[in-house]
Design a protein around this ligand. Structure first.
Ligand SMILES: *Cc1c(COP(=O)(O)O)cnc(C)c1O
Length: 442
């Protein structure tokens, strides 16, 4: 092709500046484009399913700010709710009506939690949920799974130990051994590993935390039976089950993965969608469990900006849209059609590629495996194809999160027409990759 490459000068010069101000030039690491190469695009604005960068290139966006924007960018109802709230002041550090409104909207449409506490990020929600679980049970050890991400909570920045030790080894400098040894890391989809850990340490285990829909390290979907197994074995052994639904909450359905699978965990964490694009997280549980939180109980947790009216109003506007009849049915079926058309094309051409999907979450996998259920099922070699695809798709006006381990999201603002156009570009890109890569391999 003789097409000129997209202009990048402005993004590049903004990035040069940013590198003087921020570590790696960014305020969150994956944004730096290190895993796909090149330099990040600086985004100027978004509208519906589109974003524009500083050089005025236009993209169909499948990153959606990593999940929060289930109704696309600059949604008019969300925008007006924010402006409306801002014009009465941004924060008071005192209760406001809007907190009640958002809580009522959630609690009256979610069978899995009875009380909720708002915080300001997903990480904060998870951190608080762990403290709550430890406070309720009086035990200290947390089981997490390899391949699940729960934010940058110290005790969860931990990898599986080697050999017989199942206790964690910190995956970040600055996380002490004292902290990491209270975390056990087990493989997903392995019942035996859970049974052994519980039989050896049940007196010490406060909680098992899982992303019921693991979507931060590829999309490594679990069987419903496995999630039910976790529910049963934790209940039997006085261990709490925490569903980290920061991605899946309000995404696969209003009741998230708990509703999707019909499984009742003890504590659920939320983030991303709940704040309509403003910084909000939350955790919820039964009235009994939540009674342990201060000021009712002795588990301390607080926040200067928690429940602030601007963020609450954005969440209210967003979730009201999600509660409209058939909202999820339509979103999920248009995502299914989009994914199916690409999968059909890939399989017809025998390309080593498939898209895994649940609801409106999808993940590009360069694999011939029918299922990917553990992080070890993902071959790091396959990421070189993603890198090629990512940069090719940027050139053709499709924006994916800059890592092959990240999922993509379809929003209600993606029309079927746009999805068809994006699917064509993705199929063209696959053809480019698979017709040139055979020469490269040899
Ligand atoms: C994004 C995410 C988090 C962290 O949320 P932040 O708002 O980035 O702190 C935690 N858990 C899961 C499952 C997530 O997807």
């Amino acid at each position: 092709k003789t097409d000129e490459l997209m202009k990048r000068e402005k993004s590049e010069s903004l990035f040069e500046k940013a590198k003087q101000y921020f570590p790696g030039g960014v305020n969150s690491p994956v944004r730096a484009f290190r895993s796909v190469g090149g330099t990040p695009l600086f985004i100027e604005k978004g509208d519906g399913c589109h974003i524009w960068d500083a050089d005025d290139n236009k993209f169909i966006d499948f990153c959606g700010s990593w999940g929060p924007l289930i109704n696309g960018h600059n949604n008019s109802a969300v925008r007006e709710a924010i402006i409306d709230a801002v014009s009465s002041g941004t924060t008071f550090g005192a209760p406001t009506r809007k907190e009640n409104e958002l809580a009522e909207l959630i609690l009256s449409n979610n069978r899995f939690i009875e009380k909720i506490r708002f915080v300001s990020s997903g990480t904060e929600a998870v951190m608080s949920a762990l403290r709550l679980a430890r406070g309720v049970t009086g035990k200290s050890v947390i089981i997490k799974f390899d391949g699940c991400y729960h934010g940058h909570v110290d005790s969860l920045l931990v990898n599986a130990g080697s050999g017989l030790s199942t206790f964690g080894i910190s995956s970040s400098a600055g996380v002490t051994e004292a902290v990491s040894k209270d975390t056990m890391v087990l493989p997903l989809n392995d019942r035996r590993a859970v049974e052994i850990a519980i039989s050896d340490y049940k007196e010490d285990i406060a909680a098992i935390i899982i992303e019921p829909i693991p979507a931060n390290n590829g999309l490594i979907l679990q069987d419903k039976e496995y999630l039910q197994f976790l529910r049963d074995i934790t209940k039997k052994n006085d261990i709490l089950l925490i569903f980290d639904e920061v991605i899946s909450g309000f995404r696969v359905g209003f009741e998230g993965a708990a509703g999707y699978y019909g499984i009742q965990p003890d504590i659920i964490t939320y983030g991303k969608i709940i704040g309509g694009g403003m910084p909000v997280g939350a955790y919820g549980a039964s009235k009994e469990i939540m009674s342990h939180i201060s000021p009712d109980g002795n588990v301390y947790q607080a926040g200067t900006l928690s429940g602030n009216p601007v963020a609450m109003n954005a969440g209210i506007a967003q979730l009201k849209i999600c509660l409209q009849p058939d909202f999820y049915k339509n979103l999920n079926s248009k995502t299914e059609k989009f994914v199916q058309s690409i999968n059909d094309f890939a399989s017809k051409n025998n390309y080593l590629f498939k898209i895994f999907r649940i609801g409106s979450i999808f993940w590009f996998a360069f694999t011939d495996k029918e299922f990917v259920r553990t992080s070890t099922d993902i071959e790091s070699e396959s990421m070189k194809y993603f890198r090629e695809m990512h940069s090719d798709l940027l050139e053709s006006g499709v924006y994916l999160g800059p890592s092959g381990y990240e999922v993509g999201f379809v929003s209600s603002a993606h029309s079927e027409e746009i999805l068809d156009a994006a699917a064509k570009k993705i199929c063209n890109s696959l053809t480019k990759i698979f017709t040139t890569s055979t020469e490269r391999v040899s």
